[in-house]
Design a binder for this molecule. Structure first.
Ligand SMILES: Nc1nc2c(ncn2[C@@H]2O[C@H](COP(=O)(O)OP(=O)(O)OP(=O)(O)O)[C@@H](O)[C@H]2O)c(=O)[nH]1
Ligand SMILES: [Mg+2]
Length: 316
């Protein structure tokens, strides 16, 4: 059987996480229209008859001297240091520039097989030819697959190629695993995704999510309808009939740097935070087999992106 670890690398917003989700058929990694959404090495596992591919999604490679960005860059680098293969995702809606050059140069030094995915082929106005010749000249060994993580076009062929190139080996995870993320981390990511979707400009970069409590509780199913337990004498039987079901109680904070960012997230009369909470609750309910009870608040932590200890904990 085949088994390989595959680092997914590329510029911010190239569609790495979207591609990972399509490849695994699961929502493994959160996505957003703004760059620098992924902040961690996120594993997504695909098991088929041919074998197992363990993908590592990484933060977009972006040149910046800021502490926060340097740490994200280190993560992508460390993923490349530990995987058998690399999946290089290029966004055809953009022209290759200095950033793309730096990534291609990094991949030229990668010892394993590199496969290039030319993503967003569904966009008619894309720079397909420019990107094709860029990869062909910088990474002549890399086979190129035009794909769309939105429509799924070309992804089956890409997957086949990855399995063909994968070395023989034992599966690293049981066949029904599609990620190894802790529930608490997944919950924080889903909340972060819903928050990012509701806000604009720089605020997405200034926030992170902290889960203060997570607890599964058996709880009584509330009585149906509005009837008071009027039927005298039947009270005890009715109580015994009532089913219990499991609920997941989560208490979480969205943390931002300034009061004005806090105001944006809360929204007028709390409407923003409510929209975020409802969207997060809905998606968490699909991921976890529980009824979700989410208590979500916003708080500030000035300049958190400059705190080494916190960055180490959050970006890994
Ligand atoms: N049209 C189109 N949009 C896509 C495609 N793949 C991804 N996108 C969009 O591109 C944006 C970025 O996608 P992500 O998957 O978050 O990109 P990423 O490379 O993981 O970004 P970072 O984590 O920030 O580095 C989102 O708005 C996606 O919906 C695609 O094939 N076609
Ligand atoms: Mg991503």
């Amino acid at each position: 059987m085949k088994c390989a670890t595959v680092a997914i690398v590329g510029r911010p917003s190239a569609g790495k996480s979207s591609l990972l989700n399509f490849l695994t058929g699961q929502k493994v990694s959160i996505t957003a229209a703004v760059p620098q959404t992924t902040r961690n090495k996120i594993r997504g596992i695909l098991t088929e008859d041919a074998g197992q591919l363990v993908f590592i999604d990484t933060p977009g490679l972006h040149d910046s001297a800021k502490k926060f960005n340097l740490r994200l860059k280190d993560l992508a680098g460390s993923a490349l240091a530990e995987t058998d293969m690399a999946l290089y995702v290029i966004d055809i809606s953009r022209l290759p520039g200095a950033e793309e050059e730096a990534i291609a140069a990094r991949l030229a030094r990668f010892p394993g097989a590199v496969v290039a995915a030319l993503n967003k082929t569904d966009i008619a106005s894309g720079h397909r030819e420019e990107n094709l010749s860029f990869i062909a000249s910088r990474l002549p060994q890399a086979e190129i697959f035009p794909v769309s993580a939105r429509t799924g076009e070309g992804i089956a062929a890409l997957k086949d190629k990855l399995f063909t190139l994968a070395p023989e080996g034992e599966a690293l995870y049981p066949p029904d695993y599609y990620t190894d993320q802790e529930p608490e981390f997944r919950a924080s990511e889903i909340i972060r995704e819903k928050a990012i979707a509701e806000i604009r400009a720089e605020v997405p970069h200034a926030l992170y999510v902290e889960i203060a409590d997570i607890e599964a509780r058996e709880e009584e199913e509330p009585p149906r309808g509005n009837k008071k337990s009027g039927a005298a004498g039947k009270g005890e039987a009715a109580r015994q009939e009532r089913k219990t079901r499991a609920a997941l109680w989560l208490r979480a904070f969205i943390i931002v740097e300034t009061e004005s960012q806090k105001g944006i997230l809360v929204g007028s009369g709390g409407n923003k935070i409510k929209t975020i909470r409802v969207a997060a609750q809905k998606e968490l309910g699909k991921i976890f087999p529980y009824r979700i009870q989410l208590d979500l608040r916003v708080k500030t932590r000035p300049r958190w992106r400059r705190q080494d200890g916190l960055l180490k904990k959050l970006l890994r």
